[in-house]
Design a protein around this ligand. Structure first.
Ligand code: NDP
Ligand code: OXD
Length: 309
């Protein structure tokens, strides 16, 4: 039986090496190299070509190389009964916390502003805020959102959270469901999106939602580009309601050269690097799930298909 790695545009080498080290004797193919489709029971993937997996009659598990699984579930030709897993990894979680904390700190201390000032040789002091006086709202209190909320709390921010189901978190004032979204947003001077991309969350960062944020709020999107209605964001920044945004994810990646975000003085762009999967760290859980599949045992980090995350 074999494992198929499918990650067009990504270098598979570290994954292959780490898997071979972890699981001696595992038979690994890297798409599109020549292989027998009937042999493949387990696929490890990131952004596979749509429709590819329907040609694998014995495929049982599709494992995402990352925390998100929208790149798998958006394929409407997945083989019936196939199980999907996501990554839950301490390094990935820690890295996301560091990234969001640095973006939040950059915003309250005006560091993005000073990068621009230096280019213009402008000595323009920015009245900064302190963490104790800043309310941050985290949308999505899952593995990553929860860790981000915790890190922000440990750094003295006032933290609010929003999820689909009710939570009781010690250091986070939490809200859930559509009914409590407005109250959550009213408390979000900085809004961090860490939702999975699903039918319910697509386009959720839109003008109506921005309108419910306090005047001068700042938006950080580290989830998926499809959460954001780009035109609404630009309009709300340009009319002064929002102070700006830090965006790590985009509808089209790489962000096209002609995209207006590049030139916008109040939009900060990073190239989907908030938290990048480290193969050596993640491969043990992939190999463990491979063994579980072989033994017909329950998989770890299995995605609930009806929820979409
Ligand atoms: P989880 O599945 O652990 O958590 C998802 C959270 O979102 C849960 O709290 C869930 O609520 C909440 N949620 C889902 N749907 C809704 C909804 N309709 N309304 C309100 N809340 C909702 O995901 P992770 O924390 O592991 O990852 C989140 C996302 O981060 C990934 O899907 C991926 O897109 C993105 N990501 C981005 C990276 C980057 O580098 N930019 C790196 C890694 C991930 P409940 O708890 O009630 O179920
Ligand atoms: C992920 C990502 O989902 O990197 O892990 O976006």
């Amino acid at each position: 039986m074999s494992v198929l790695i499918v990650c067009p545009g990504k270098d598979p080498e570290n994954w292959v090496k780490a898997l071979e080290n972890q699981h001696r004797g595992m038979n690994i193919y890297v798409y599109p190299e020549d292989h027998d489709k009937e042999e493949v029971e387990f696929a490890l993937t990131w952004n596979h070509p749509r429709g590819l997996f329907k040609n694998y009659p014995n495929l049982k598990v599709i494992a995402s190389m990352g925390a998100g699984v929208d790149h798998i579930l958006s394929d409407d030709a997945l083989p019936e009964g196939v199980k999907i897993t996501k990554v839950v990894d301490d390094t990935l979680t820690e890295d996301m916390g560091d990234f969001v904390l640095s973006q939040v700190m950059n915003h309250i201390r005006g560091l993005h502003h000073y990068v621009k000032c230096q280019k213009e040789k402008e000595w323009d002091k920015f009245q900064y805020k302190r963490p104790q006086d800043t309310k941050v709202g985290v949308m999505g209190l899952g593995v990553l959102g929860n860790a981000v909320a915790d890190k922000l709390h440990k750094n003295f921010f006032k933290v609010y959270g929003w999820s689909r189901t009710e939570k009781s978190c010690e250091n986070v004032t939490s809200f859930y469901g559509k009914e409590q979204l407005e109250e959550f947003l009213q408390n979000s001077e900085i809004l961090v999106c860490l939702l999975p991309l699903t039918e319910d969350t697509e386009n959720i960062l839109n003008a109506d939602l921005f309108d419910m944020l306090p005047e001068g709020a700042y938006v950080i999107n580290v989830a998926r580009g499809e959460h954001l209605v780009e035109h609404d964001l630009m309009e709300m920044i340009d009319n002064g309601h929002l102070a700006g945004a830090s965006l790590d994810v985009f509808r089209e990646e790489p962000l096209p050269e002609e995209h207006p975000f590049w030139e916008h003085s109040k939009i900060n762009i990073t190239p989907h690097i908030a938290s990048v999967t480290k193969p050596e760290s993640v491969v043990p859980q992939i190999a463990d799930n491979y063994d579980r599949m072989m033994e017909d045992e329950p998989l770890k980090n299995r995605v609930e298909l009806d929820k979409g995350y």
